[in-house]
Design a binder for this molecule. Structure first.
Ligand code: SAH
Length: 363
């Protein structure tokens, strides 16, 4: 079997450091500059490992496009308006947003478009798809123009590395990725282990210590969020986060997906997607702490319905043949049905206090 270079690199690091944090492990697997999953692959779509809402139907991007244009209108059509997408994947969402808003007078002329993308392979794809537009690329969130802004992300936060902690015998420990060979020299596999830590991260130190529960924390998520919240404190505008998540951080949610199926997160390094559930409660608390308005957590299905996905579905249906209609129906179901992405995926909006309430998220 061909040796996986990333597996060898991770092993070396584990041996050197006597185990690595889950976040360092995820970071190496997902975004290692040479062998990371996102760095070298084009994982999104039917032929890839997983499919996302904008890839399921154009309706998703169209509605998000109108949502963003509404924020622009609510600010009295500013002559400069910054839109920033985090983790744009294949570029489909941005392409649909720009196509659907093309006829809104003055909107495109006002746009400063920024894509935050770490992957050279996906950036190339985005460049082709968005070749008709003037777009800025950045590998991480930094220096944005100080004008009214919408920052949005679909399935970006779930891809950020997390650390895991647990209380054992009244002591906080960190979950680390280690090697079974430390115990049994002939066993060549990776494993999770617990490592003593001198003290838990600040947000855990206030928690009641309950034995054996895993708590997840993402420093990367907090870094990105702080940037967004600072920006929205200084500038009018909003942030739209769509992801699969929950309202707490208790229990391990680390998962791997390869070829549209769950796989073992400790195998196939750089060949499968690793994600965790986003802790929306933390995002809400943090946003409030920064003095911003934050919406409740809304199911993706309800959000898309309130933006008019069923009406859009009908109008697109008109010229379809039976086969197309069948697919179209399936796509709608996938996006809004409670047993599919409609409930699993959540939407949260954050805005500057001086901006108008956000459509579909605030009453
Ligand atoms: N939003 C897209 C793709 C989601 S997949 C869609 O809905 O189809 C996650 C995306 O985030 C990919 O584009 C990936 O390359 C990017 N990404 C992952 N980690 C990142 C990081 N740390 N910094 C910037 N981009 C990252």
């Amino acid at each position: 079997m061909k040796k996986n270079k990333l597996t060898e690199l991770i092993k070396e690091t584990i041996i050197k450091k006597n185990g690595i944090s889950v976040s360092q492990y995820m970071k190496m697997c997902l975004t290692h500059p040479d062998y990371g999953y996102y760095t070298k692959n084009r994982p999104i779509g039917l032929k890839g490992d997983f499919i996302t809402s904008p890839e399921i139907s154009q309706m998703f991007g169209e509605l998000i496009g109108l949502w963003i244009a509404q924020v622009w209108l609510d600010h009295n059509k500013p002559s400069k308006f910054s839109i920033v997408e985090l983790g744009p994947g294949n570029g489909t969402l941005m392409a649909d947003i720009l196509r659907v808003t093309n006829k809104i007078k003055g909107f495109h002329d006002s746009l400063i478009i920024t894509l935050i993308e770490i992957s050279p392979a996906l950036k190339k794809l985005q460049k082709t798809k968005l070749k008709d537009y003037c777009v800025n690329w950045k590998a991480k969130l930094e220096k944005l123009p100080n004008v009214p802004t919408v920052i949005f992300a679909n399935e970006f936060f779930d891809a950020l590395p997390i650390n895991q902690y647990v209380v054992k015998n009244c002591k906080w420990m960190e979950v680390v990725v280690s090697l079974k060979s430390f115990i049994n020299p002939i066993c060549d596999e990776f494993c999770f282990e617990l490592k003593k830590i001198s003290k838990p991260p600040l947000e855990l130190s206030f928690l009641e210590q309950t034995e054996d529960n895993i708590f997840e924390i993402s420093i990367e998520l907090k870094k990105n969020l702080s940037f967004i919240l600072n920006h929205l404190n200084k500038n009018l505008g909003a942030c739209l986060i769509i992801d699969y998540g929950r309202n707490n951080n208790i229990g391990s949610t680390l998962q791997a997906v390869k070829n549209h199926q769950f796989s073992n997160p400790l195998e196939n390094h750089g060949e499968c997607d690793l994600t965790s559930l986003v802790n929306f409660n933390m995002i809400k608390k943090y946003s409030q702490y920064y003095g911003l308005k934050v919406s409740n957590l809304v199911d993706q299905g309800d959000f898309l319905k309130s933006l008019g996905i069923e009406q859009r579905f009908l109008s697109l249906s008109k010229n379809m043949d039976p086969n197309q209609l069948k697919m179209h129906n399936k796509s709608l179901n996938r996006l809004i049905n409670k047993n599919q992405m409609g409930k699993l995926f959540k939407v949260m909006g954050i805005r500057n206090k001086g901006s108008s309430p956000l459509i579909g998220l605030e009453v």
